[in-house]
Ligand binder design. Structure first.
Ligand code: FES
Ligand SMILES: [Fe+2]
Length: 337
């Protein structure tokens, strides 16, 4: 039975056995890019066919960072002695010693990757990846979206808890463009769903940040709708799809797709308004979250109350998964004894 300290340790930098959003796809061009996710240094690059790869950012020869290298002839090439790797992590060429027996050997850990909605995702676990299902809006041409991302110097757990805590919308964002409406008190409820849960206000809908859906479909993500004031042009609610990825124990990368179901001239108008005026306002709201989260500290004895049922539900879910993960790692050892 895993101890709470062991569970906490697993959760500190993120559960490994799942898919994570890593980086906007358009940020990976002709050269490799180095990032840290789940406390691991990763290199992202594209081969000759433009296919994105995610690998450990450490050359197996002597340990140089591969993100300091280049992509040459569709191969990831180390800057230190020129060793080249393909997308599977196989040594394709040892230029400094042609015919070297290392050629053809597997040397570099590669993470299964997927590209969707202008984002690169990767499976961070061992073995075969779990099936990954994306929010339906990503494939629905009726939805128009923009991806915004940022690095927050705070735990990914605070960032995740923030999105399953709709009540903060009426306080932290009370003076914002989209969230200045509705009442400042309510009762919250949690309703389980097929792949997660919904946390929602019981006495108000369609006025503020009133509910969040939390989904686990290979990756964890959230969906929420915000009302747009009439000045935001024609079209319905402003939808947000969010993913949060740990950078390490103290930082995270947040990904928010901002969507609207609009087409024709209304879509053109919204996209224009978004770029010229709305985006800045939305960033201001997100900044309010970032500033709070970056300064948060877990109290020794939290004084939780009724509105925190989304937070406690999420914590239980993550702890259960961490426990299962630890059990799956110790089971083979026990079997071998
Ligand atoms: S460290 Fe990469 S080729 Fe030597
Ligand atoms: Fe917020």
């Amino acid at each position: 039975m895993a101890t709470s300290a062991e569970i906490e340790e697993v959760l500190e930098t993120g559960l490994p056995e799942q898919w994570y959003a890593l980086l906007p796809a358009s940020w990976v061009g002709d050269e490799p890019v180095g990032i840290t996710r789940l406390g691991r240094r990763l290199v992202l690059w594209r081969d000759g066919d433009g296919v994105a790869h995610v690998q450990m950012d450490r050359c197996p020869h002597r340990g140089a960072r591969l993100s300091q290298g280049h992509v040459i002839d569709g191969l990831l090439t180390c800057t230190y002695h020129g060793m080249q790797f393909d997308g599977d992590g196989t040594v394709a060429k040892v230029s400094a010693y042609p015919g070297c027996t290392l050629e053809g050997m597997h040397g570099l850990r590669s993470y299964p990757a997927a590209e969707k909605a202008n984002c690169i995702f990767a499976w961070m676990g061992e073995g075969a990846p779990a099936p990954l299902t994306f929010p339906e809006e990503f494939d629905d041409p009726e939805w128009s979206h923009f991806l915004c991302t940022g690095t927050w110097q705070g735990s990914y757990l605070f960032a995740l808890e923030n999105v399953v805590d709709p009540m903060h919308g009426s306080y932290l964002h009370a003076k914002s463009y989209t969230l200045a409406y509705g009442s400042g008190f309510d009762e919250m409820e949690v309703v389980k769903s097929e792949d997660g849960f919904t946390v929602r206000r019981t006495q108000q809908v369609g006025k503020n940040f009133d509910w969040t859906e939390y989904h686990s479909t290979g990756a964890d993500w959230v969906r929420l709708d915000l009302p747009y004031p009439p000045g935001a042009g024609p079209g319905g609610m402003f939808r947000i799809l969010g993913y949060v990825t740990p950078v390490d124990a103290d930082a995270c990368q947040v990904f928010f797709w901002r969507l609207r179901k609009v087409d024709g001239w209304e879509r053109d108008l919204w996209r224009f308004m978004y770029k010229s005026r709305l985006e800045e306002r939305h960033w201001n709201v997100l900044e309010q979250d970032r500033v709070v989260i970056e300064q948060m500290e877990q109290p020794e004895a939290e004084m939780l109350y009724q509105h925190d049922i989304g937070v406690t539900h999420l914590r239980r879910l993550l702890q259960r998964r961490a426990r299962d993960y630890l059990k799956s790692r110790t089971a083979p050892q026990l079997a071998a004894e």
